[in-house]
Ligand binder design. Structure first.
Ligand code: MG
Length: 236
């Protein structure tokens, strides 16, 4: 008989974004973007710079290289800007300018202690992601950590959520996946993957209205409230 996994109810897989959801951002992405813009010959304070910064904020959560492709339209310039961005971000992280959001680490541990699998996702390239994990001392904290390069496309495509589902083989169906993130793109990726629960959090880039408009089932003040929400949803 083929096992259907039907004996494992509830949200057995939780997919959580990093920056803005479990990791405090505090303007690191914006500062790294300014460095990248400068490296690409875009003068700080120029109309083009302002326009690009707005795009970066609106697309927070998406694959960074894709954002630079959108901005420059030309592969070589996009790669140059992305390298400058990744380098500037990694330097800030190396200087200790990153920290877990309050309660995030305990939350991830609690979710796993409840028997759930936890996958962290990010729009950063693998090298930046690993520098961030090392600075936070987070290696081994989650079951798996995925960058767009590991999955196919970044958010708002569903690939990161689906890769988490496929790689962990933790649950029978995508309806048993809960996704939490601070951006429209996180929520959209969850909806497109068919996740059972798409949760927005207010500790990062986008506000309640934006997250709800993207299709969030629930919006929480922070990820620290996720375990209680999952238990409440499961007991309904
Ligand atoms: Mg984020």
């Amino acid at each position: 008989m083929v096992s259907t996994g039907a004996a494992a109810p509830g949200f057995g897989l939780v997919v959580c974004d990093m920056a803005g959801t479990t990791v405090a951002d505090d303007g690191l992405v914006e500062r790294a973007f300014d460095t990248a813009a400068e490296a690409s010959g875009i003068a700080a304070g120029s109309p083009r710079h302002r326009e690009m910064r707005e795009h970066v904020l609106a697309t927070m959560g998406q694959s960074k290289i894709e954002v630079f492709r959108d901005l420059f339209g030309e592969e070589e310039r996009a790669q140059t800007a992305n390298r400058a961005f990744e380098k500037a971000y990694a330097e800030q992280v190396g200087e200790g300018l990153c920290a877990p959001l309050p309660g995030a680490e305990e939350t991830l541990r609690a979710l796993r202690a409840e028997g759930r699998r936890v996958v962290l996702t990010t729009g950063f390239a693998p090298a930046t992601r690993d520098a961030l994990l090392a600075a936070l001392g987070w290696h081994g904290l989650a079951d798996l950590v995925l960058s767009p390069a590991d999955a196919g496309r970044g958010r708002p495509f569903p690939d990161l959520v689906l890769a988490a589902f496929l790689r962990t083989a933790a649950v029978a169906g995508v309806d048993q996946v809960a996704v939490a993130g601070d951006t429209r793109s996180d929520v959209l990726s969850a909806r497109r993957a068919g996740a059972g629960l798409a949760v927005g959090v207010l500790t990062g880039a986008h506000d309640r209205a934006a997250l709800e408009e993207a299709g969030a089932d629930r919006v929480l003040p922070s990820v620290a409230e996720l375990p209680a929400l999952l238990r409440a949803e499961e007991s309904r």
